[in-house]
Design a protein around this ligand. Structure first.
Ligand code: SF4
Length: 343
């Protein structure tokens, strides 16, 4: 019989596994704590008895993703990782350093099926979902490599997290658990391109995490062109789902808006967006677009971005312009993996 991978075990599953070896349930918590510290060798779990270590080595293992490539920004302390998964697939994660601590931006799928026109992650389509253990590995590997704690996690890398729903929810629980990462829900963000059924389910989950919605357009005509998912879940229905999320979680929603020259960055667009969002408990994050090679889109000028911000602010909408991190290391969604796959 093959060995059991303990990385993907919940507490209950770990207790059951130990019971089958006639071991007490309390050992499960000890093992789980080691796993989330990044320990993969049973011999180094110093609070376990020797006979249990022998049994574990015989029947179990702890998987770990490996760093395939690592790029460190010379402009700031952003680090971009390409991780190699057990099956040979690759995913990207980014570590960003802020004054309040380290943020890990992680991927939830290998590739993405959503086809947003400005995004490099979607170019090879969706390969597969990541398991919650693999997503946790992205955070563990970043902490191990940097020897620093991660205090905030954003699921904003490649993939649409709400189409990998069960794994995302378990991942959030692990991030939030005091046995594992102990990161409060307020410091956990899931970003969606607007999967309405997923937003409703998440609202009912009782986990007040931050929801970020990639909006990128003030009307259906522009959004249909930029994000094909809008044809299935148009803006007004999406905003209704957002209102439901706000009511259920009492959390402010973040709307991501990447400014693309001559597409969605006009003053008319800014006014239209203000009207759309004026009654919502929300924040708008304006993103200076990272150009992607081969895409016929250009980033807006700094003055256009500031004008857009001012119109939103004047309408009373909380707005910030995202600080650019790691622009010298292809830190935008999917760019580095894509450049490696194209070699
Ligand atoms: S922006 Fe997000 S949802 Fe859209 S294609 Fe890229 S990874 Fe997928």
């Amino acid at each position: 019989m093959g060995k059991t991978n303990l990385k993907g075990c919940t507490l209950t599953q770990m207790e059951e596994f130990l019971k089958q070896m006639d071991e007490p349930a309390y050992r499960a918590k000890q093992i789980i704590k080691w796993i989330y510290k990044g320990q993969t060798e049973f011999e180094k779990m110093t609070d376990l008895p020797k006979d249990l270590i022998v049994k574990l080595k015989d029947r179990a293992y702890i998987s770990m993703i490996n760093i395939y490539k690592k790029h460190e920004s010379t402009l700031d302390e952003t680090v971009k990782y390409v991780f190699l998964l057990e099956d040979g697939n690759m995913v990207e994660s980014v570590k960003m350093k802020y004054s309040f601590g380290n943020t890990a931006c992680i991927s939830s799928q290998v590739g993405c099926a959503m086809g947003c026109t400005f995004c490099a992650s979607t170019e090879g389509g969706m390969v597969r979902n990541l398991s919650w253990g693999e997503m946790a590995d992205e955070v563990i590997a970043i902490e191990k490599d940097s020897n620093e704690k991660v205090s905030r996690v954003v699921v904003m890398g490649s993939g649409e997290p709400l189409l990998n729903y069960d794994q995302i929810v378990q991942f959030i629980k692990v991030m939030n658990s005091s046995l594992a990462f102990n990161i409060s829900c307020r410091r956990l963000t899931v970003s969606t391109c607007g999967i309405i059924p997923g937003i409703i389910r998440l609202a009912d989950e009782g986990m007040p995490i931050t929801l970020a919605v990639s909006l990128h357009a003030p009307n259906d005509a522009i959004r249909n062109d930029l994000m094909p998912i809008n044809k299935l879940y148009p803006i007004l229905q999406l905003l209704d789902a957002c209102k439901y999320y706000i009511i259920k979680t009492k959390r402010r929603i973040t709307f991501e808006y990447a400014l693309i020259s001559k597409i969605n960055d006009s003053e008319k667009c800014a006014r239209e967006l203000s009207n759309l969002l004026k009654d919502l408990l929300c924040h708008v994050n304006l993103i200076p677009l990272n150009p992607v090679e081969g895409k016929q889109i250009e980033r807006s000028t700094s003055s256009q971005i500031r004008r857009f911000e001012k119109i939103l602010m004047d309408s009373g909408i909380s707005t910030t312009i995202r600080r650019e991190m790691g622009s010298d290391i292809e830190a935008a969604c999917g760019q580095l993996r894509r450049s490696l796959l194209m070699r």
